[in-house]
Structure formats: structure tokens, C-alpha cells
Design a protein around this ligand. Structure first.
Ligand code: IVH
Length: 690
């Protein structure tokens, strides 16, 4: 008779094996009843001997205790996105660039389905799942380990020989049968029905209660190895995918090795033809350079690697009746004509509103109320009206008899004057934050997850606070009290206290979040980050905006000579600079910012750039470095010594760090006479002088 510990061990191994056969290989070898029996036996042992319970036990997939919030996780390597190719020409451009950079005549790629779900990162230590996170903004995601543990096709324990540290990346998605089940259940319970599998998967993963996630039939497919330690990566990505299978991960059976752009085009056709029979949503295919050393050579541009691309299927279209056109006012005052449609099912969801973008588009398409229009919806993109459908002369005559759609003279929300600046396509309400719609939009943006992240202060609550006159600017949020909030509709003592607590918590922020939250037109998350990094403080940003503020004599300047201080920020061009200068010199905005800072919003002071033997030097890395040293690790080392790493070689490059199989960058360095170091030479340079 074995001990309970030994028996539990055996049962766990058997259940893992059957799970793997069922969810990964799709080849079960025992009946469901037999599986349930083994499962119940393990559960009984773990209940009687709680000390034997481990987080990676197969019984733990039912979901543990609910969380209050998700913790943030910084990805060791950024989770990048994919460059999109919309047609054959763009795909050929992509391939040409790959071949030219690598100086080869034909490239080998993998073709993979582009699964329509959510990217996740899974971290394994000594083969055990210890953390799982969402992609987030690519640099930081949310810790959703407990939810991911409930997904049966994610191994909790890897098989065979594994490296001490391994990150695996892949997609979590909801297959169609699971989605149908969710829709049926939600309908039966009278709950909100999810619009498409992707949204349903996203909602399921972001549940604070893992027991709910456990009931959702989510699936996982691995598509890459991320960070690793103690693992000698193979030469090819396709070999890495094979290795992932050996470790126990589900890898798509649709993955193929392809030769050249012609191979890619054939693959695209083939997968497109099978799309309806797959049983899950894909929105295109992904092509990735198979050769891993070549990827290093190609590098990345603005979060997109040059070695991969997504070739998307054409968006779906449908016809329906245009019932009316209304104007929506956004947070910057922009008036967007919105088509109210007879509901129609397209691109995986029922659509009853679609954007008409702006008045130029309305005129160009000449859609009129009562027309039959063509609507397009692709993935998560806002549905749009493409144009009118006039199949015959009668339809054309009816169309001609209807009045054209005109821009409203006054803001539909506040009655303010609507202006369309010469040369601009966008019409705006000129009332600024005195317009309720603009204030509401600005505040929704301000409290958003990527901005000040004030949970519980939702659209409806903000609307009440605006309508009662209690909140007239973002700064007023910081004066709200529990008593005041508790008195509002649908708010109890408890939720009011939670909101006030969330407001207080938001005061510990970061400069980049704060800049983004302010909602200056054209300043999105990335630009906010770049501004924060470049200027480091509000004072420095104000000084630059003041110095760059246009004077009369500027009118004579060429575009490229305007706003020199703001344009010194990476990726900031004349439009962004003009908006930033206007926004940060505007007295009303300055007053709100001052009030926010006075309310206690603060962020850590910027870290001074490291100083060291490489201070002021720019390096370029090329080829693969010895001992599996990644490019990110080498970059960190160089930056710690005050150096900068750049992507391309120019006459301003001080050194090129060259590894194995270095290609065109090394050639260029030699041509320009830039000194070349190998890894050992860099090490010697960094050694403290004896
Ligand atoms: S590779 C740099 N492979 O597409 C490499 N991504 O736009 C980025 N996706 O966030 C990821 N199927 O959610 C890769 N076979 C596949 C994919 C895939 C779907 C998604 C993923 C990612 C997005 C990139």
C-alpha cells in the first residue's frame, strides 16, 4: 500500500498525461468517467492531507479565491505587435526588405494562423508554471496567473528536460462551440450576451474571480519562446515550435515552413479557404522569418519586428438600411457623423451604429437617410459605412430625391458654435470643457486604466457629477468625499468609500501616465512616454513649450525649423509639437495641472542616466552574441555604463558590437571606418582598470 504522498504523485502524473492527450494532442486514451474517477481520488487525498496540495496540481484548475485587483507585471522582453500587410504588394515589400537586408535571394518563413484572441506570457521556473500575464501595453501587463491556471491546454508542469527559466508566448482564445455555449447560457440567464469570441475571451480572462474563468471553455496555443535562461535556442523558429510541442504545449497544426514570398501567398490562399471549417476565429495569417540569427540582423521599428508580418483577411461587409445620422461629440470637441443602422450581422457581431468619419467622407460617399448602405467591420475595428448601394435606376432616383446630409451649425450637446478650420476635415464644437460632452469625454479618458486608473469612477457616475455641477474639471475629482458620492444614484456607502480610496491611490502615479491622462490631442500613450522620458519633469516640459511657442516671425519659418525643442523628442513631428505647445502654454490647462499637483498627484523623480566608461558613446549590435547572450541583455549592460544602443550604423556610431554571422551592419561599419568590437573586447573595455 503506497503512502498518500506517493499515490497523489502518481495520480497527478496520470491526470497530467490524460489532460495533455485530451487538450493538446486531441487523442484521449481513457473515458471521461475514468478521468473523473482519478480526479476525485486525487481531490480526496488533497482534502485529507492539505499539506500535499500544490498549485500545479490538476485539481487546481477550478480556480482559487477571487482577487481584489491584478498586479502589474513587467515583461522581461517587450511583447511586440505585428506589422500589417493589407495586400500582395505590401507582402512583397516586406519580403523584399528581408531579403535585401540579409543579402539573400529567398527567405524561409513559417506560416501560422493569426489567432483572434489575446496574447499572454507564461513563465516557467524549473518546468513549473509560476506566472502568467496579459500583453498589456507590451511593456507591462497584468498578472492573471490564477485565471490562466484554469485553462486546460496550458501545462502547469512541463514534460522532459526543461531550462531553469522559460517564457512561452501564445494566444488565449474561445473556440466557436465554447462561444455558442456562453451565448446560450447568458441568454438563458438574461445577462449581457458577448458580441464575439474575442470579446468573450477577453472578458473571461479579466475576471477577478478565477472560478468564473474556470467555467469558460478557453483554449491556448503557443506561438513563440520569449525570454529564457539556460536554454540554447535552436537555429530556426520552426525548431523552437517543435520543442514547445515536446514540452507539452499545444502548437497549431496549421503551422508550415514556407519558401519565399510565393510560398507565403499560397499559404494565405490555403488557410483562407479553410477558415470556415477551423472551429475558431482567425483574422489572417502571420509570416515569420524562420532563421533566428537573421531576425537579430533585421531588428525592430517602433514595437514591430522587421522579421514578421500579419497578412489579414479582407474585412467582412454587409448591406443594411441607414435610418438616421447623428453627430457625436468627442473629448476634443470633434463632431463625428454616426450612422444609425437597421441592425445587421457582420464580421462576427451585430452592428447598429457605424462611423461616417467626417463631413468630407459623408460628401464623398453621398449617403442619405433611407439609402441602403454597405457596412464593413473587421475584428475589433469600429464598423464603418463604405458607401451607398444603388442597384438600379429606381434606387438611384429615390436616392436623388432624399436630402443630403448637412453638418449641424450648433453642437448637439451644448449648442456651442461649430467650426471647421480652413483646410481641416474635422468640425469641432468650440466650447471646450464648458461643453458637457467634451468634459465628460475628457474625464472618462482621465480616469481610464492607462491614465490615472481610478476604478469605480465610471461613465455614469461622472455624468451625474457633471450634471450636478459638482465636477467641472479633472482637479475636482480629488475633492470628492464619501458622503457626497454615497448620496448619488446607485451608490452605497461601501462603493463610495471604494471610489474615494481609488482616487487617493491614483495620486501615486508616473509622469507618463499623468501626461497621457491630461488628454492633449495627439498625445497618446507612446508619445506621453517619450515626452516623460525626454523632459523628466513638468518644469522642463513647460520651459520647452514656452520657448517653442510661436512668435510672429515664426510664420516665415519652414515646418522643419519650428518647435525645435519639442521635436528633439523621438518621433515627435510638427503636428504633435504644435498641439503640445498650445496645450502646455494654455492658461486654463496650466491652472488645472497646477490644481492636480496641489491635490497631491506625484510621481518618482526621473532616474539620472547611468554614467560609465561608455557615457556619450553610441553602439550598434549585430549578429548573435556568444553564450546565448540576448540583445536585450547586452543593451542593458551598455546602458548601465552610460552608452546608447542604436539600430543602424551611421558615421555617428562610435562602435559596432559584432557577434556570430554578422551581416550588412558589419559591412557598413567597415565601409564607414567605425571600430568593431567583439563580445570579449567589450568585456575588456568594461572591466574596471586594474
Ligand atoms: S507573434 C512580434 N504569432 O497578434 C511577434 N502573434 O499583432 C508578435 N497573434 O499580440 C506575436 N496569432 O495576440 C504571433 N501566430 C501568431 C499569432 C499572433 C495571433 C496576435 C497576438 C499579438 C498580435 C500581434
Amino acid at each position: 500500500m503506497s503512502t498518500p504522498a506517493a499515490r497523489a504523485e502518481v495520480l497527478r502524473a496520470q491526470l497530467d498525461e490524460h489532460n495533455h492527450r485530451y487538450y493538446v494532442l486531441d487523442d484521449p486514451s481513457i473515458s471521461d468517467a475514468e478521468y473523473d474517477r482519478l480526479f476525485a481520488e486525487l481531490q480526496a487525498i488533497e482534502t485529507a492531507h492539505p499539506e500535499l496540495l500544490r498549485p500545479d496540481s490538476p485539481t487546481q484548475r477550478v480556480g482559487g479565491a477571487p482577487l481584489r485587483e491584478f498586479a502589474e507585471v513587467r515583461h522581461r522582453l517587450p511583447m511586440q505587435s505585428l506589422r500589417k500587410c493589407n495586400d500582395e504588394d505590401e507582402l512583397r515589400d516586406f519580403d523584399r526588405r528581408v531579403c535585401e537586408t540579409l543579402a539573400i535571394s529567398e527567405a524561409g518563413y513559417t506560416g501560422e494562423p493569426k489567432l483572434d484572441g489575446l496574447a499572454v506570457s507564461l513563465i516557467y521556473e524549473q518546468g513549473r508554471l509560476i506566472r502568467g500575464a496579459t500583453r498589456g501595453d507590451g511593456e507591462t501587463g497584468e498578472d492573471i496567473t490564477e485565471n490562466l491556471r484554469t485553462i486546460r491546454s496550458i501545462p502547469l508542469q512541463l514534460r522532459g528536460a526543461v531550462p531553469p527559466l522559460l517564457e512561452v508566448r501564445g494566444e488565449v482564445y474561445l473556440p466557436w462551440d465554447g462561444f455558442r455555449r456562453m451565448v446560450e447560457e447568458a441568454t438563458a440567464r438574461g445577462e449581457k450576451v458577448p458580441v464575439n469570441p474575442r470579446n468573450a475571451a477577453a472578458g473571461s480572462l479579466r475576471q477577478l474571480d478565477p472560478r468564473i474563468t474556470a467555467q469558460r471553455p478557453l483554449a491556448f496555443t503557443a506561438y513563440a519562446v520569449g525570454y529564457s535562461e539556460g536554454w540554447q535556442a535552436p537555429r530556426l523558429h520552426s525548431e523552437a515550435l517543435e520543442q514547445l510541442r515536446v514540452w507539452g504545449f499545444p502548437v497549431s497544426r496549421l503551422v508550415e515552413r514556407l519558401v519565399g514570398v510565393e510560398g507565403c501567398l499560397r499559404y494565405f490562399e490555403k488557410i483562407g479557404a479553410r477558415r470556415a471549417q477551423l472551429g475558431f476565429d482567425i483574422d489572417g495569417v502571420v509570416f515569420k522569418l524562420d532563421d533566428l540569427a537573421g531576425r537579430e540582423e533585421l531588428g525592430s521599428v517602433t514595437r514591430e519586428p522587421r522579421w514578421a508580418c500579419a497578412y489579414k483577411f479582407a474585412a467582412e461587409e454587409a448591406e443594411t438600411l441607414l435610418e438616421k445620422v447623428e453627430f457625436q461629440v468627442g473629448r476634443t470637441g470633434a463632431l463625428t457623423p454616426v450612422a444609425r443602422l437597421k441592425p445587421v450581422f457582420v464580421g462576427g457581431a451585430t452592428v447598429s451604429n457605424a462611423t461616417l468619419h467626417n463631413m468630407d467622407e459623408v460628401e464623398r460617399k453621398d449617403v442619405r437617410v433611407g439609402d441602403t448602405v454597405i457596412v464593413r467591420r473587421a475584428g475589433d475595428v469600429i464598423p464603418e459605412v463604405l458607401g451607398v448601394r444603388l442597384p438600379d435606376e429606381a434606387a438611384r432616383l429615390a436616392h436623388e430625391a432624399r436630402p443630403r446630409i448637412e453638418l449641424v451649425p450648433a453642437c448637439p450637446v451644448c449648442g456651442g458654435k461649430v467650426e471647421r478650420v480652413e483646410g481641416e476635415v474635422i468640425a469641432r464644437c468650440t466650447n471646450g470643457l464648458s461643453c458637457r460632452a467634451q468634459l465628460h469625454g475628457a474625464l472618462i479618458h482621465f480616469v481610464g486604466r492607462k491614465a490615472m486608473d481610478i476604478e469605480g469612477l465610471g461613465e455614469k457616475l461622472l455624468a451625474q457629477l457633471i450634471d450636478t455641477g459638482r465636477v467641472a474639471s479633472a482637479a475636482d475629482i480629488y475633492t470628492l468625499t464619501v458622503e457626497e458620492l454615497a448620496g448619488l444614484e446607485r451608490m452605497g456607502e461601501k462603493s463610495a468609500a471604494n471610489v474615494v480610496e481609488a482616487i487617493a491611490r491614483s495620486k501615486q502615479s508616473s509622469f507618463q501616465r499623468f501626461l497621457f491622462a491630461l488628454g492633449c490631442p495627439q498625445i497618446g500613450e507612446t508619445t506621453a512616454r517619450d515626452l516623460a522620458r525626454h523632459f523628466g519633469s513638468l518644469e522642463a516640459l513647460y520651459a520647452a513649450a514656452a520657448a517653442d511657442a510661436p512668435t510672429e516671425h515664426d510664420a516665415a519659418l519652414k515646418d522643419k525649423d519650428r518647435f525645435p525643442l519639442l521635436r528633439a523628442v523621438p518621433d515627435v513631428g510638427p503636428t504633435v509639437a504644435a498641439h503640445a505647445v498650445h496645450f502646455f502654454t494654455e492658461p486654463r490647462n496650466r491652472a488645472v495641472i497646477a490644481a492636480l499637483v496641489a491635490a497631491g498627484i506625484e510621481w518618482p523623480a526621473p532616474k539620472a542616466a547611468a554614467q560609465g566608461v561608455l557615457t556619450g558613446k553610441t553602439l550598434v549590435i549585430t549578429g548573435s552574441l556568444p553564450g546565448g547572450v540576448s540583445r536585450e541583455q547586452a543593451t542593458a549592460l551598455i546602458e548601465a555604463q552610460g552608452g546608447k544602443v542604436s539600430g543602424s550604423v551611421s558615421k555617428n556610431t562610435d562602435f559596432v558590437l559584432a557577434g556570430e554571422a554578422a551581416g550588412s551592419k558589419l559591412a557598413k561599419a567597415e565601409k564607414l571606418g567605425v571600430p568593431v568590437l567583439d563580445w570579449a573586447a567589450l568585456q575588456r573595455l568594461l572591466e574596471p582598470a586594474a
